[in-house]
Write a protein that binds this ligand. Structure first.
Ligand SMILES: [Zn+2]
Length: 377
């Protein structure tokens, strides 16, 4: 019985992905572009490339020698002694910014005294570049396709939220990691092409497709971490990422002295730190708070605030225990990232277990539906 229900759901889900790409939906997705910040507050950038077309803010072609070194000068750009408000670089293949290749257009301007470079390019080309920055395209293709769909969904959701901003997306873990076309390959291209124009929706709206590296056993509810409640971002059990312990389990040791320094640098006014204690756990098994015990300024902060203060790369999740070894605290944890939405390492294991991308996504985002962009606009 369960197998026959699963089969019928599977058939329904696959049928969405197997629909032939009609002209309208293809046009909708090919027209879609995104603007990604690839350098911010820079004191200097270099731009290079073959056959580059360079124009200023009025669209007038500009002749400069390449590679060009560009610096801010008051509220303008300075290059070879000339000043410009904005410069646009485009090429038939790639524009190199700080030695990395980018497709589409590089828009260079000065914001708050530093250089801002925005890469504007077709959404689908952005996704091909992104895949190997977020996971490995060598993973089972259904996991790679799931990544392509959530990255597309995430990008479009952010684009709608930031439509009036100078750019839609950061190129770091703040949004999605993106290194231009530096590490794109044919499998990344295949996953993007085979899911072209497909997004994850709830009530016909593009969802907030948060995702993370590994959850360590159960994903986190969005409400617990950011105070926003979404019916499709509740915690779900995930034992799948635990099959990749090197990506999931972590340890970190830090002296009390260094811990105190990091907390002070993060703005906490403490002195004489002598212990750290973990507080209660939330509904999904993650730490709600951490107590910092010091001769002056003892306080309790949330698990996420603690991660931020010590470093997200060291305290990889709020699913951890600790031991005080006299002058040193030893942290042991599982999971990497905030834990909300799809667990990438879990998705990999589910794909290895034979699940298709549609099933992987409906597991991590319950109640959502895959739709073509052209069907919801
Ligand atoms: Zn997981």
């Amino acid at each position: 019985m369960i197998n026959s229900i699963r089969l019928s759901i599977l058939v329904a889900l696959i049928s969405i992905l197997m629909l032939p790409a009609d002209t309208e939906s293809l046009a909708a997705v090919l027209d879609e572009t995104v603007r990604v910040a690839i350098a911010k507050s820079a004191s200097e950038i270099t731009v290079a490339g073959e056959g580059l077309l360079v124009t200023d803010e009025t669209g007038t072609p500009v002749v400069i020698s390449l590679p060009a070194s560009i610096k801010p000068f008051k509220d303008s750009l300075q290059v070879e002694g000339k000043q410009f408000k904005k410069l646009y670089f485009s090429a038939s293949k790639s524009v190199y910014v700080n030695n990395k290749p980018y497709r589409g257009l590089a828009e260079v301007s000065v914001t708050d005294g530093g250089i801002l470079v925005v890469n504007q390019l077709p959404l689908e080309e952005y996704l091909v570049g992104l895949i190997n920055c977020e996971i490995s395209s060598a993973w089972p293709i259904e996991a790679v396709k799931a990544q392509a769909i959530i990255a597309r969904t995430y990008a479009l959701n952010r684009k709608m939220a930031r439509i009036a901003s100078p750019y839609h997306l950061e190129s770091s873990v703040i949004d999605q990691v993106y290194e231009g076309s530096l590490i794109e390959d044919s499998r990344a291209q295949r996953a993007v092409f085979e899911t072209s124009g497909i997004v994850l929706t709830y009530n016909y709206e593009i969802i907030q497709a948060f995702y993370h590296s590994s959850c360590g056993g159960r994903t986190e509810s969005c409400e617990n971490i950011w105070g926003m409640s979404f019916p499709y971002l509740k915690g779900v059990s995930c034992q799948y990422c635990l099959t990749s312990p090197t990506a999931t389990v972590w340890e970190y040791k830090l002296s009390l002295k260094e811990l105190e320094e990091r907390l002070k640098t993060a703005g906490y006014k403490i002195s004489g730190l002598y212990d750290i204690k973990t507080g209660s756990q939330n509904s999904e098994g993650r730490l709600k708070d951490v107590s910092i015990l010091a001769s002056k300024g003892s306080l309790a902060i949330t698990g996420e605030q603690f991660r931020k203060a010590i470093g997200y790369g060291f305290i990889k999740s709020t699913r951890f225990t600790l031991k005080n070894m006299k002058n040193e605290i030893s942290f042991t944890g599982s999971g990497n990232g905030h834990g909300v939405g799809l667990c990438q390492w879990g998705a990999k294991q589910r794909a290895l277990d034979g699940f298709v991308s549609a099933e992987i996504l409906s597991y991590y985002y319950p109640g959502t539906e895959l739709k073509k962009l052209s069907d919801i606009r």
